[in-house]
Design a protein around this ligand. Sequence first.
Ligand code: C2E
Ligand code: MG
Ligand code: MG
Ligand code: MG
Length: 285
Amino acid sequence: RAKSAGGNRFELADPEADARAITRHGLTTALPTALDRGEFFIEYQPLVHLGDGGVRGAEALVRWLHPQHGVLGPDRFIPLAEHTGLIVPLGRWVLEQSVRQARDWRERHADAGPMRINVNLSPCQLTHPGLVQDTVEILERAGVDPDALCLEVTESALIGADDDLLKPLRRLAEMGVDIALDDFGTGYSNLANLRRLPVSVLKLDRSFTQSMQQFPADPVDLKIVEGIVSLAHSLNLAVTVEGVETGAQAEQLRILGCDTAQGWYYARPGPPERLHELALVDATG
Ligand code: C2E
Ligand code: MG
Ligand code: MG
Ligand code: MG
């Protein structure tokens, strides 16, 4: 709505857009000190093997308990953290917490098989020169094997990646850290390019899982997923699917050959204690 003629200079053209801008501004201002104030916390969502239903690991998902706005999801503040540079210390904090969680889990549930923790990396962390050393130090300090860690990088962050960008990921992969290509299938990347990337896991984007919702599922989507899975397996990559919300989806994706799954059907992201409970169920059958 246009300003009224000769009217109040402060009249808002779009009150909602302005409210969003004010909130964004407020969040940007509060962000730099939120880490020191201990306002971030991590929820973990289990990764479940489609063959035997066992919990194989969990993805760490960061949240911000904002004193005024309550719990904010990463989509609200990760872009701001990337913009302000806070993502580097915040990412390091998430990594440190998650690695300690993995150690805790492995100590308490040695009989449940080796647990792996997945941690998301933003493109800014990839280009930060301290990535490899920070990761090595965090693992050593916690006394955790590199194979307990999987770093998730989005497909779009690696499209057209040159050797300089891939070098730190290669070093980490050589050490035994797994690298997963997150949100795969959304970035129009050249499939042949996969061979060049130091990844060992493909995380199929939720949009594919959603198309398995209809029954019968779209035959073209089925063919696409089947093709991705067979290509991935021929390159020795494991396939994880995100966003599994129903048993029918899980069954369809299992038949298509996917290895592990993650989604509300199994568990919503939750506090670390939830993971301990799930591990016990898993170990005792
Ligand atoms: P992502 O890595 O693709 O994570 C999966 C997202 O799907 C999570 O959203 C998760 O809560 C959600 N999800 C899981 N199961 C289901 C399901 O069955 N149905 C639906 N509809 N959604 C499901 P969340 O927690 O809001 O995270 C959003 C994105 O924020 C993540 O996407 C990731 O890219 C980013 N993110 C989260 N934590 C971190 C972090 O520590 N560092 C960085 N750089 N990015 C992070
Ligand atoms: Mg992820
Ligand atoms: Mg994902
Ligand atoms: Mg996703």
